[in-house]
Structure formats: structure tokens, C-alpha cells
Write a protein of this length. Structure first.
Length: 619
């Protein structure tokens, strides 16, 4: 166990667990020459296990605060705790009383649920012996109050937020069960109806407990999908990918994925190719070692397992990811049980040259561990919170500072913002940003849309409009796509912008704000129609002609996009045209390289209207 990175810190501590760590570090120090990435920084937090945590700037002072729930010492039988640490800078965290209910064996997450661009909170788990609950809290200028929202109680739960119905607000995906129904699990969406009102939507029966589910748009079609792994009943362990669509229905992909419980799932674009891959860790038999699986997204609903022999699987612990060495690629940390008697507590760095995760640092193992990554000291590097069970009635809760020397700059602002309105629906789109480390396809994008300049009341960016500083340590709400479909808007004027997010969760500056109008009779929203858009031949093997007509002179642009929403080729850029127009695409990209066989989209834009069609290349 490499502990030399925290050796100086341990000298000032007392107690059996620190003495043990010090002896281990001294004994192993000569064997390792590498400096650790994560070093112990704060060791004074209230010890928790069966815990969950989340980083978020609840008080809008431009640093990340820490919300935690779990079991600890000093409470009644089965009592859960809520520990909320305000970040006061210089590694000083002040425990404050928010009035939120304490829970164990549950979850706590930040999210802006009402579009005011501050962070509300949802908490679920066991409050007391035989008492479980789910609570939604409103943040009003840094003060939390119970919303009174009546959501079903859940334990052994997970939470994921996303706009699954594309109406702009965040919906909640939850797993778990109840104390009274020890063998029953659920997988449900709570659709956000506004004003802290939610409609319960069943996704899959049976659902799961002792597992995890996450939203993610793996096929970049604009509709959220779901990855899920856990126990769907006694001995029935599952791992599934559920494909979403515009009707809100989720369909299981016909994949053979190893069923796991006590599991974690994570959508991560590990190879930075612009689509989401899947990480899964968990157990299928108590007596067998836990497993780690990486399923690479190969498009067309195909996921291929990629062996990662260096990575040890975990159960009853945690899996966290983020760019810890600022090379632009997502790294992973696992902490948990391998078998009933062996453990893993390792940081693995991704090597883009080999496509493999490599063991970089061994940390302290904690049973029922919880880890959260976030840059709490604003030094452009991801730090980590770690809590869990060390020994009998010995619960840990520590913060680890990232001491790596390479810094990270936020991405540039996107350009080329545009909007296409059809009745009360809008397609927002933009050109790619760039970054100092993360490859361009690996960036995600984060929108804000409001009814006033700089507003967030339609889509909250959970970021500071003036600077782009992100209030949560997460990817952007648009994922890797360079478009966002927003449906069911009321008539009126809207203001919007978008920023890029890298794999260190750093938010770049927002683009220059755009404006669009919804409603019949608003003259600014009218456009010279693009008529008779056609493609011949289609499918094609060498060249295809895209034809359309403009009755009046209009400045147009025409681009080819792949299924990931990435621009492949610009045929025309801001040229004034009229009459019959014919454009030819030869199946090559901007650099003159032949693209692969598949389905592409031609998008013709006259600034106020977009016309598009699919075309297929078959060589």
C-alpha cells in the first residue's frame, strides 16, 4: 500500500488506525518511487458508513460544498445522519445544520429542480429503525426547506438526474426498495412537473435494489437511455441497457451482459470518441471474486466487452471516475470487497496509447465505501472525499487532495449557435469547442435556457453565467451531442447559451448568448422556406446530389452530420442563394478522408429554419 504521499500528515495524527497506516507506509516506502496523486488533506469529518456524498456549491460562493448521509456512532438504533460541510477555503470545512433529515443505506444528490440556478437536494434512505423516507428540499439563497413533496420511501437506492422528456427540467431516476419489502426492488422515473411536483413513471418490473441505475444518451439521438445493474429478486441479478425514445418508453437491448448486484454502473466515454461506454462493477456470487466490466460502445446498439486485466472488481463499495492526472481522459477509482476476505482500493489511470487502465495508486480500503470526486480547492485538479467502515465502530470520513503537478484549463466557448423552431419545439445546435487536454469528441456540453437574458428557468446550467464556473462536478446536460431538442415551449422570447465541460468537470465560458422566438405571428421567427429537399442517389457509393429550392435570396449553410451529431463536412457556409440549388457530397470529410459506411444527415439552415434528410453511404 503506497502511503508515502501522506506520511508527513500521519505523523501529526493519533489513534490506532493512523499508527497502523504510518507503519505500513514506512515499511513500503522504499518499494515505490512514484508520488501519489491523492494525499490525505482533511481527517476531521464525522465518520460515516453505508454512506453517500455529493459535491455542490449550495451557497453560490464559487467553491464546492459537501453533502453526506450515512450511519455513524452516537445515534439511536438504525439512525441515519445528515452531515453538510460548507467549504470555507484553505481546506477548512464547517459543519452546518441544514435541517435535512439524516439517513443511512440511502442516497443524497444536488440538483436544480426549479430553474433558479441554485442547488436543491433529494435525500432517501433509512432514517430510524423501521423508518424509511424520501425527501425533496428547496434551496432558497443557501437555506434549505422541506418541499413537502410526497415521494415513495426508498432504501438501498441510487439516484440519477436527467431531462428524459426533453421539456427542460430535471427528472429523477431512482432504484431501491423499502424496509418492509426486503426482497422487492423498483426502477422508476419521477417526472418533474414543476413547482416540486413529480409524476411516478415505472420503467421496468421487477426493478432492482442493492444496485445502481444511470441516465445517459449512449446513441446520441437526443433521448436519454438507462444503464442498470442490481438484484431483481432472490438470485436474479441483472445488468441491462434500456434504450429510450421520444414516446418515453424504454426498450431493453438484446445484449448478454453479466448480471451483478451490490453493483455500480457508470456511463463514461473512456476512449473520448464521442459516445458513451459503460463501466460496471459488482458481484454475481458471494463466494466468487467481484468483477469489473468495460463495455465499449461500437454504435448501432452494439457493446463490446474490452478486457481490463489490471482492474480489480468491487462490491459493497464504490466506483468513481474523472480525469485525475489532467491528460484529458477519464480515470477510475474503486473501493470495496473483491471476495469476503480480499479488498480493492485502487486508482487506475487510463492510458490512451494502450487502451488500458493501469494501476497507479493503492489507497486505504473501507467497507461500504463511498467516494466523490470534485475540485474542492479550485486548483484545476480533481480531489476526493472518502468515507466508510474501517473496523468495528471505527468509521472514516476523509478528504484527499490531488497533488499532481499538471494543471488543467477549461475548454473554449462553443461557436456557431443556431436554433430551428417547429411550432412549440426547438432544436438548438452549435459547433464544437476545444480543450487543452480532452480530445474534442470527449467534451460534453451544458446548456442554459431562460425567458430573460442570462436566465436558467427553462434549462438550468447549474453554472455561473458570467464565468462558466460549474456548481456541480458532473458532465454537461447535453452529453456529447452538439444539439439539444427542447419540446413544448410556451409562446415567447427565449435566451440561451452553451458551454463545454471537460473530463475534469471544468466548465468553460458560455458562448455569446443567442435568442429565439416561439409563437405564430412573431415576424422575427419567419423564414424563407427551404423547399423540395431531395437526395439522389440514396443510398450512394461515390457521389450524391442534395437538391432544394429557395424562392427568395437567403444566406444558407449546409453540413453533413454523423449519427453521433458530429459535423463531418461543410458543403456551404453562409452563402447567399436563390432558386434551385444542387450540392454534391463525395463521401469524404473536411480533410478529404473517406468516411465509413453508415447513415448520415444533411442539414440545410437558412438561419431561421432547418431542413434535414437522412442519406446512406454504402461502398
Amino acid at each position: 500500500m503506497r502511503k508515502h504521499g501522506i506520511k508527513a500528515r500521519l505523523l501529526s495524527l493519533s489513534g490506532p488506525k493512523y499508527i497502523l497506516l504510518f507503519l505500513i507506509s514506512v515499511y513500503l516506502f522504499p518499494l515505490f518511487a512514484q508520488v501519489d496523486y491523492l494525499s490525505l488533506d482533511v481527517d476531521s469529518l464525522f465518520g460515516l458508513w453505508y454512506s453517500e456524498s455529493d459535491w455542490g456549491d449550495f451557497d453560490n460562493d464559487n467553491d464546492l460544498d459537501l453533502m453526506m448521509v450515512g450511519y455513524g456512532l452516537g445515534g439511536a438504533n438504525g439512525q441515519g445522519f445528515h452531515k453538510f460541510y460548507r467549504n470555507d477555503g484553505a481546506s477548512a470545512f464547517h459543519l452546518i445544520d441544514t435541517g435535512m433529515l439524516g439517513v443511512g443505506n440511502g442516497c443524497a444528490r444536488f440538483a436544480d429542480l426549479d430553474g433558479d440556478n441554485d442547488l436543491d437536494a433529494v435525500v432517501a434512505g433509512q432514517n430510524l429503525f423501521s423508518v424509511d423516507t424520501t425527501r425533496v428540499y428547496i434551496n432558497n439563497n443557501g437555506t434549505f426547506s422541506d418541499s413537502g413533496t410526497n415521494l415513495p420511501p426508498r432504501v438501498s437506492t441510487s439516484m440519477s438526474f436527467g431531462d428524459y422528456d426533453n421539456d427542460g427540467d430535471l427528472d429523477l431516476l431512482m432504484t431501491g426498495g423499502t424496509i418492509d419489502e426486503s426482497a422487492v426492488g423498483y426502477l422508476e422515473i419521477y417526472r418533474n412537473e414543476g413547482s416540486f411536483s413529480f409524476t411516478q413513471v415505472n420503467v421496468m418490473t421487477p426493478g432492482i435494489r442493492n444496485g445502481c441505475a444511470e441516465f445517459g444518451d449512449y446513441n446520441n439521438d437526443g433521448w436519454l437511455d438507462i444503464a442498470v445493474a442490481g438484484s431483481a429478486g432472490s438470485g436474479n441479478y441483472i445488468t441491462k441497457i434500456l434504450k429510450g425514445n421520444s414516446s418515453g418508453v424504454f426498450t431493453e437491448l438484446p445484449l448478454t451482459l453479466l448480471g451483478l448486484r451490490y453493483s455500480k454502473v457508470a456511463w463514461v466515454d473512456y476512449d473520448c470518441d464521442g459516445d458513451l461506454d459503460l463501466l460496471v462493477s459488482g458481484s454475481f456470487v458471494n463466494e466468487s471474486p467481484s468483477v469489473f466490466k468495460l463495455y465499449r460502445n461500437d454504435n448501432n446498439d452494439v457493446f463490446t466487452e474490452v478486457s481490463q486485466t489490471a482492474v480489480l472488481g468491487e462490491r459493497q463499495g464504490d466506483l468513481a471516475w474523472g480525469d485525475l492526472n489532467n491528460d484529458g481522459y477519464a480515470d477510475i477509482v474503486l473501493n470495496g470487497l473483491i471476495t469476503n476476505t480480499t479488498t480493492v482500493a485502487n486508482l487506475y489511470l487510463y492510458n490512451p496509447q494502450t487502451g488500458l487502465y493501469e494501476d497507479a495508486q493503492t489507497m486505504i480500503y473501507l467497507k461500504y465505501a463511498c467516494m466523490s470526486l470534485g475540485d474542492y480547492n479550485n486548483d484545476t485538479k480533481l480531489d476526493m472525499s472518502l468515507s466508510g467502515h474501517y473496523d468495528y465502530q471505527d468509521y472514516w470520513n476523509e478528504l484527499y487532495c490531488n497533488s499532481y503537478t499538471v494543471s488543467n484549463a477549461p475548454p473554449t466557448a462553443p461557436t456557431g449557435l443556431g436554433a430551428s423552431i417547429t411550432r412549440n419545439d426547438v432544436l438548438l445546435y452549435w459547433d464544437a469547442a476545444t480543450d487543452d487536454h480532452t480530445p474534442i469528441p470527449g467534451l460534453t456540453y451544458n446548456l442554459r435556457v431562460g425567458t430573460n437574458p442570462g436566465g436558467n428557468d427553462i434549462i438550468s446550467g447549474m453554472a455561473v453565467p458570467a464565468t462558466g464556473w460549474r456548481k456541480v462536478a458532473r458532465t454537461g446536460n447535453a452529453g456529447h451531442k452538439q444539439f439539444y431538442m427542447l419540446n413544448g415551449l410556451s409562446n415567447g422570447t427565449y435566451h440561451w447559451s452553451v458551454q463545454a465541460i471537460d473530463n475534469s468537470f471544468a466548465g468553460g465560458a458560455f458562448a455569446t448568448e443567442g435568442t429565439f422566438w416561439v409563437g405564430v405571428g412573431i415576424e422575427d421567427n419567419l423564414a424563407v422556406p427551404i423547399e423540395k429537399l431531395s437526395i439522389y442517389p440514396n443510398p450512394f457509393s461515390h457521389n450524391s446530389t442534395i437538391s432544394f429550392k429557395l424562392k427568395q435570396p437567403r444566406q444558407i449553410s449546409a453540413q453533413i452530420y454523423n449519427l453521433k451529431g458530429q459535423k463531418v463536412k461543410t458543403l456551404v457556409q453562409n452563402e447567399t442563394c436563390q432558386g434551385d440549388i444542387n450540392l454534391v457530397w463525395d463521401g469524404n470529410d473536411e480533410q478529404g478522408r473517406a468516411v465509413t459506411n453508415g447513415i448520415y444527415t444533411i442539414r440545410v439552415d437558412n438561419d431561421k429554419q432547418i431542413a434535414s434528410k437522412k442519406l446512406m453511404l454504402i461502398k
